[in-house]
Ligand binder design. Structure first.
Ligand code: PMP
Ligand code: GLN
Length: 379
């Protein structure tokens, strides 16, 4: 069989979680919380399944959930969206990102991605017949290198992939970055696919800058969100995409044949929870900042170096004082020998720079973070 994705294997997250399980390691590799979601959410799911909300929802999502999403965007972002024509509920942001790319990218089109880049984008671009043009983020700060972005733009540039808060780096974009992007998008007439799944996880008083709050970018962007992150239910695989009506119509044409709908009782449960506790997402930043700081405090005497994550639930640690081994080798070695699993950052680059950095997920319970820190300090 001639593979349509010859360079793709099984995702690093699947492989590292399996390795962690096989060696009974603390799993700080794949990004998911190891603690329970709000109890009310799980109760609501049971209630709706029992009450018989078990058949297909409308293709674009339950109207009551789309209304609750519009309320959330107004409350947390001061953004007005039309739930009817601009919000689509999807079975995870991965699906809506795939649909958005498929909607916009055709044979020969170029898509700018910023390395290190989340793993799901490029396969979708390739399957659509397009080509990812990789632009590295600035070493150290992981800020966007706008000179390099400008140099990478061509008449074939169709789409720009933005991800803030950033996975794996934990960096966030500023309002000035969005202004810069808006000027380029206007001048060169391309669209923006904005992955904002970690929107509520921003630290030290920083603010998330959404393309939806930027009047110019809003008119040419798909913005993707995930309840998996916001409500600690990654296994519920439910998110939503917000885009202007014309873009939403194209996204839905594809979504209706890729997945058709998201899971019905889950949509009801999410709606009940958001209606009852609309402020809940605003409490996440303090909770995750505490986990980040706890994890970093356990590493105080170690030879790792780091800059605290600005956002997301990932912390990068530089091990150059400890080893000059390749990150891919070391992450597997430490999973086996130390019992702490992480993700090698080089796997997210087209041309990995010479660096010695691993990604650790701190969406974990205190005892796991403390024990992981203890083991890492013992190196
Ligand atoms: N984008 C990024 C940057 C992510 O980290 C994730 C989390 N897996 C996703 C998209 C996909 O989210 P979902 O589980 O809702 O598909
Ligand atoms: N986004 C998660 C991470 O970065 C993993 C999701 C997945 O396994 N696809 O770890």
């Amino acid at each position: 069989l001639k593979s349509k994705l010859p360079r793709v294997g099984t995702t690093i997250f699947t492989r590292m979680s399996a390795l962690a399980q096989a060696h009974d390691a603390l799993n700080l590799s794949q990004g998911f919380p190891d603690f329970a979601p709000p109890a009310r959410l799980a109760e609501a799911l049971g209630e709706h399944a029992l009450r018989g909300h078990n058949q297909y929802a409308p293709m674009a999502g339950l109207p009551r959930l789309r209304e609750a999403i519009a309320q959330q965007l107004l409350l947390h972002r001061n953004v007005l969206v039309d739930p009817e024509t601009e919000v689509t509920v999807v079975p995870g942001a991965t699906e809506s990102i795939f649909c958005a790319i498929t909607a916009l990218v055709g044979a020969g089109d170029e898509v700018i991605v910023l390395d290190p880049v989340y793993d799901s984008y490029e396969p979708a671009i390739e399957l659509a017949g397009g080509r990812a043009v990789h632009v590295p983020l600035l070493a150290g700060s992981f800020a966007i290198n706008w000179e390099r972005v400008e140099a990478a733009i061509s008449p074939r540039t169709r789409l720009f992939m933005l991800n803030s808060p950033h996975n794996p780096c934990g960096s966030i974009v500023s309002r000035a970055d969005l202004d810069r992007l808006a000027v380029l998008a206007r001048e060169h007439n391309f669209y923006v696919c904005s992955d904002e799944v970690y929107e509520h996880l921003v630290y030290d008083g920083r603010e998330h800058c959404s393309v939806l709050a930027h009047p110019e970018l809003r008119s040419r962007s798909f913005a993707h969100f995930s309840f998996g992150k916001t409500l600690s239910v990654t296994g519920w695989k439910t998110g939503y995409c917000v885009a202007p009506p014309a873009l939403t119509a194209e996204l839905r044409k594809i979504h209706q044949y890729v997945a058709f709908v998201a899971v019905t009782p889950v949509q009801h449960a999410l709606t009940d929870f958001l209606e009852e506790q609309p402020q809940y997402p605003a409490s996440l930043a303090a909770d995750y900042q505490r986990r980040r700081d706890l994890f970093l405090s356990t590493l105080a005497g170690s030879r790792f170096s780091w800059t605290p994550a600005q956002g997301s639930y990932f912390q990068l640690l530089d091990y150059s004082q400890i080893s000059d081994e390749k990150d891919t080798v070391l992450s597997e070695h430490w999973t086996r020998e130390l019992g702490v699993a992480s993700i090698a950052v080089s796997v997210f680059y087209e041309s990995p720079p010479k660096q010695t950095v691993l990604r650790f997920c701190f969406a974990k319970s205190d005892d796991v973070l403390i024990e992981a820190g203890r083991r890492l300090c013992a190196i």
